[in-house]
Design a protein around this ligand. Structure first.
Ligand code: DGJ
Length: 730
């Protein structure tokens, strides 16, 4: 049983295979309090951890002074403005201008499975896979219902939280509505977050948590290159295999806040949800607001266990569609090959050469529509440019299909160029503040997708193109972030809804797309990896990781990304050298090994690369087919980090039955006067023997894990090695 209620003690116990989460209802005031989250407990009697009887302000004897109690009582979801001075998860503005809210316990229900969240991406699970607890709270003064929802995925050790706020009272403005709160005693936590910029997304940062507030957030209207809606709190000394880890991740693609705060009582409060900055949602009587889901993962076995929990949750209970458990076709994308300078003939040349080498799909990137000869124009004019695509799209696709290849196409549906027919016809369709000239980003504006006629129009353009030819893949790009928030249609009192409505609109359009084209492989992208988030994973099984395809840069990007996302989701290509972003030259082979840890594809002019490199492609194609099932479905272990040691990187994927493992070692810089490197593997069966396919050597599983494997010294930079271990039958 994943969730139990102990009536006498008024305690809820949520159990997964390895964790327990306890919630208590404090008798007197009916506060819904947090008792415990961590390693699995045998019983439920841990209510003493709430310290309800303690007076924190010595020598004060008034232990139940509400102002005191609320500032130190561990809460499941907070009040606002009535005595708890830590960050609030909820806040309102009533017609009278008041901000106080205090939801208290009313009732609960426990049931199998979990409901869908209307209009929002959400994890899913049937009866037997997950159990849900709903705790209904009410603010009696406002007559505002706050439904706290917890779904427990027992098999994957994850807890999902979301909140539904229903106004049964008078109209009000909801000014914050976060998804979850976790109050714990601070244990000298350190926080791990993912930061970056364009071309260097999701670099890991680890630092001590101090007093006060520390947060990561986006106010860019999308997830962003800069920050990820993720935070892990870890105890000091935590590494891949040891230490306690609390991971928080938001299933959302817009403005977010993840914040941790340590207060005067050494309580560490972590909150996660939609960013309250510039947010305000009008709730008329009877209206409801639903927050996105927050994923909570506890690991008592280091960061590696947290990683594998997120991977399993997302692979089994978030990613949907035909391709979720399927090998993806190896694609070749023409962006870095041609940029805007291509036509039918050029694309067919690439396809002809690629198909002969075993590549399975041609993706036509930006530049095929309207007057799009550069990035100054034509977004919104989704009609095929027949000067470039001579003979039309259907003809091109047919010819590519005849070569035995699939065909994919690029769109940027959310954008409008000032120099476009669409803008000339509908200047008010761009997001803008009346009286202000909106900022340009990559020479473009953003469409006001909160307007139904705008999203219907642009959706129909995309659908018409997809109906016009046998197109089996779409890359959905988004190349600028939001500014100058203003809408010609939203009433002034609803302008605070804009950012969230925009995200809901993108979700609506992508849902429509995958319903109307169920066999389509969708890849999300945003100027590289600015929309790599769990929300997008609900619609597309893969997301473009970064515009930086250099394998050395990718080591750091992949390390951060793979800490929470399965390798099957990471868009990764082999590109040409010198690399277009950093100018580095690396061996073709190494580029292949790094891309193998993702979806694997090519992004180069295959007609122009050297004969020597071209000759390696069939071998890489075979490598992909040989290992992709393992890479996509196996358990991921981080063995060494180039980010930390500045010389080499190593990761390992082990099949669920532990019969097979693939170790990838990349030496970034060679070092003089060293002998072989000894790397301790993980996740093998300690009692079994393993044969190294490349050398035929046989080792004991425990020796490989506790002693290590020796990687002979390599006399060059940027070198890679694959080591395939196969369990020996006895
Ligand atoms: C940004 C993407 O990340 C690139 O791969 C490419 O599609 C360009 N946009 C095209 O404009």
């Amino acid at each position: 049983m994943g969730i139990q209620y102990f009536e006498k003690e008024r305690i809820f116990k949520l159990d997964t295979k390895k964790t327990s989460y306890l919630i208590g209802i404090v008798d007197e005031e009916k506060f819904v309090c947090h008792i415990y989250y961590g390693k699995k407990l045998s019983g439920h009697r841990a209510e003493y951890l709430m310290r309800t009887a303690e007076s924190p302000f010595l020598p004060s004897q008034n232990a139940r002074d509400r102002q005191v109690v609320l500032d130190c009582l561990p809460m499941e979801y907070t009040s606002n403005g009535v005595g708890d001075y830590k960050e609030s998860t909820i806040s309102v503005r009533t017609k009278a201008g008041n901000v106080a809210v205090q939801p208290t316990f009313e009732s609960y229900r426990i049931f199998q499975g979990k409901p869908k969240l209307e209009g929002l991406p959400a994890t899913f699970g049937k009866e037997g896979e997950c159990t849900t607890l709903e705790i209904l709270c009410r603010d009696a003064v406002l007559n505002l219902e706050v439904l706290l929802r917890y779904s427990v995925f027992e098999d994957v050790d994850a807890i999902i939280r979301s909140v539904e706020i229903t106004n049964k009272g008078e109209e009000l403005l909801l000014t914050r509505a976060l998804s979850a709160c976790l109050d714990m005693d601070n244990r000298d936590f350190e926080m791990i977050t993912l930061h970056g910029g364009w071309a260097r997304e999701r670099h890991m940062q680890r630092k001590p948590v101090g007093y006060g507030r520390q947060s990561v957030l986006s106010r860019r209207g999308e997830t962003s290159h800069q920050d990820q809606p993720f935070m892990a709190l870890v105890t000091p000394g935590t590494n891949q295999e040891m230490g306690e880890v609390y991971g928080f991740h938001l299933v959302y693609s817009g403005n977010f806040l993840v914040q941790t705060e340590v207060n005067q009582f050494d309580i560490c409060r972590t909150v996660i949800g939609i960013s309250p900055e510039d947010f305000g949602w009008k709730l008329e009587t009877g209206e409801k607001f639903v927050t996105p889901e927050a994923v909570l993962v506890y690991s008592g076995e280091g960061l590696g266990q947290m990683t594998r929990t997120f991977h399993n949750l997302y692979r089994r209970h978030l990613i949907r569609g035909e391709y979720r458990n399927k090998k993806r076709p190896i694609l070749i994308n023409n962006w870095e090959a041609t940029y805007f300078n291509f036509n039918t003939e050029k694309l067919l040349d690439i396809a002809r050469e690629a198909s002969a080498l075993g590549i399975e799909m041609l993706v036509m990137d930006d530049g095929w529509f309207g007057n799009r000869c550069d990035d100054n124009r034509a977004l919104g004019d989704w009609q095929v440019n027949e000067e470039k695509i001579q003979g039309g799209l259907a003809n091109l696709v047919e010819k590519v299909n005849q070569m035995g290849m699939k065909f994919g196409i690029w769109f940027e549906p959310e954008m409008i160029s000032p120099d476009s027919n669409l803008y000339r016809q509908h200047p008010d369709w761009a997001i803008a503040v009346p009286g202000r000239t909106p900022a340009l980003g990559r020479n473009q504006y953003v469409l006001d997708l909160t307007r139904k006629e705008v999203r219907d129009y642009v959706y129909q353009c995309v659908a018409d193109v997809l109906h016009s030819a046998n197109i089996e893949y779409v890359k959905w790009d988004m190349n600028r972030q939001l500014t100058d928030i203003g809408s010609a249609q939203l009433p002034p009192e609803r302008m605070g809804e804009f950012y969230h409505r925009y995200v809901l609109a993108v979700y609506e359009m992508q849902e429509r797309l995958i319903q109307e084209f169920p066999h389509l492989l969708l890849e999300n992208c945003s100027g590289g990896g600015a929309r790599f988030d769990p929300g997008m994973l609900y619609y597309s099984p893969q997301i473009w990781c970064s515009d930086d395809i250099d394998p050395v840069e990718r080591l750091v990007i992949h390390e951060g990304t793979a800490m929470i996302y399965p390798l099957s989701a990471m868009g990764a290509h082999v590109a040409d050298c010198p690399n277009h972003t950093v100018g580095r030259t690396t061996p073709f082979e190494t580029r292949g090994y790094v891309a193998l840890a993702g979806t694997f594809g090519y992004e180069l002019d295959v007609t122009k690369i050297s004969e020597e490199e071209r000759a390696q492609i069939p071998g890489q194609v075979a490598m992909y087919h040989k290992y992709n099932d393992l890479v996509r479905e196996g358990d991921y272990y981080r063995i060494a980090s180039y980010r930390e040691n500045h010389y080499f990187d190593c990761w390992e994927v082990v099949s669920e039955d532990k019969k097979e493992a693939l170790v990838t070692f990349i030496q970034v810089l060679s070092r003089p006067n060293v002998h072989s490197r000894c790397l301790k593997l993980q996740g093998l069966d300690a009692s079994k023997k393993y044969r190294v396919e490349e050398t035929g050597e046989v080792f004991d599983g425990d020796a490989l894990m506790y002693g290590g494997i020796l990687i002979p010294a390599i006399y060059a930079d940027f070198q890679g090695r694959l080591i395939h271990l196969i369990q020996v039958e006895e």
